[in-house]
Design a binder for this molecule. Structure first.
Ligand SMILES: [Fe+2]
Length: 317
């Protein structure tokens, strides 16, 4: 084997004084997760296509990417149309915003889908999606994570899985009707897969929730180290989230950003930001946050935290 010169193996060496490089995010050498939204008009009009929610320029990374680890897109398929998707990812989650059709995987597996279904597939292979009626997906995958690592997916960790709309709605209804629901921070069902009993998530990297924001709800703030790429379903004006870096001892967010919910549009809740959800619309609303919380849970870094007023905190400590 040809030996590498001393010059070549030392040419990239750097040394930093500890305090000058211990927190690159605070120093500004790495960008924070930007806010952003992807509006429904994009998947409601135009030709069959993938509509990327690409924030890689703001993140300062090679894209496309919506967050450091995840890529979110809408997929629009006109009636009678077909579109192929293929990404170097370990996990792909599709939520059917509207329409019906089927997807054919590389191994011949066929998934029949309709409005309200979720389906989850391992990445790395071509999938052909065909629509019988005007259709749209919300599509999340972890291709940006693999691109950062410089790896190609080589092993499926789970099988293609379909979560039917009627089943997830029934599960959510059971949770909402449980008398204990009033004491809970969220009225939501988490999608899970029997291959991942430790993380209890939809794949080993991804986490998906189907949530209800009841009329007049004020869901108290919480935060976590995973990013949330939120899709709003049906909602009337008056539903919104408040998002802030800091929280007061009274459990109220300090200088929050208000993100108004728009039907069938997506927005971002950055990692470690406190966030609360509010429904002043007079009608129930539903949301689907998808996160890299499977990966964070595996890494023991999710660190989910719920806000409590000062007196309550003291009681719990
Ligand atoms: Fe959250």
């Amino acid at each position: 084997m040809k030996s590498t010169s001393k010059r070549a193996v030392e040419q990239d060496v750097l040394y930093y004084e500890y305090t000058s490089a211990a927190n690159p995010l605070a120093k500004g050498t790495i960008s924070p997760q930007p806010f952003g939204e992807l509006l429904s008009e994009l998947h409601e009009t135009g030709v069959t296509r993938v509509i990327p929610f690409d924030l890689s320029a703001q993140l300062g990374i090679t894209g496309p990417a919506t967050s450091a680890n995840l890529m979110a897109s809408f997929v629009r398929i006109e009636a009678g149309g077909t579109i192929n998707t293929s990404v170097n990812a370990t996990s792909e989650v599709y939520y059917v915003i509207r329409g019906q059709g089927h997807s054919v995987l590389f191994d011949g597996t066929v998934i029949d889908w309709k409005c309200g279904d979720f389906f989850v597939i391992p990445g790395g292979q071509n999938t052909a999606h065909s629509a019988e009626s005007d259709s749209a997906f919300y599509w999340i995958n972890d291709e940006p994570l693999l691109r950062f690592l410089g790896v190609k997916v080589c092993e499926a960790r789970f099988s293609p899985t379909l979560y039917k709309a009627e089943d997830s709605r029934l599960e959510l209804q059971k949770i909402a009707e449980d008398p204990k629901a009033v004491d809970r921070n969220r009225v939501s069902v988490l999608l899970a897969n029997s291959n991942f009993p430790q993380t209890m998530t939809v794949t080993h990297t991804l986490w998906a929730m189907f949530g209800l924001l009841p009329v007049d709800a004020v869901q108290p703030p919480h935060r976590h180290n995973s990013v949330a790429l939120d899709l709003i379903l049906d909602c009337k004006p008056g539903c919104y989230s408040l998002v802030a870096k800091e929280i007061g001892e009274n459990g109220v967010l300090i200088n929050p950003v208000r993100q108004d919910w728009k039907p069938f549009s997506a927005f971002i809740t950055p990692p470690f930001y406190w966030h609360s959800h509010h429904n002043e619309s007079g009608a129930h609303a539903n949301l689907i946050p998808i996160q890299d919380a499977g990966l964070h849970t595996y890494m023991r870094t999710l660190d989910i935290e719920f806000a409590h007023p000062k007196a309550d905190r003291a009681k719990r400590s």
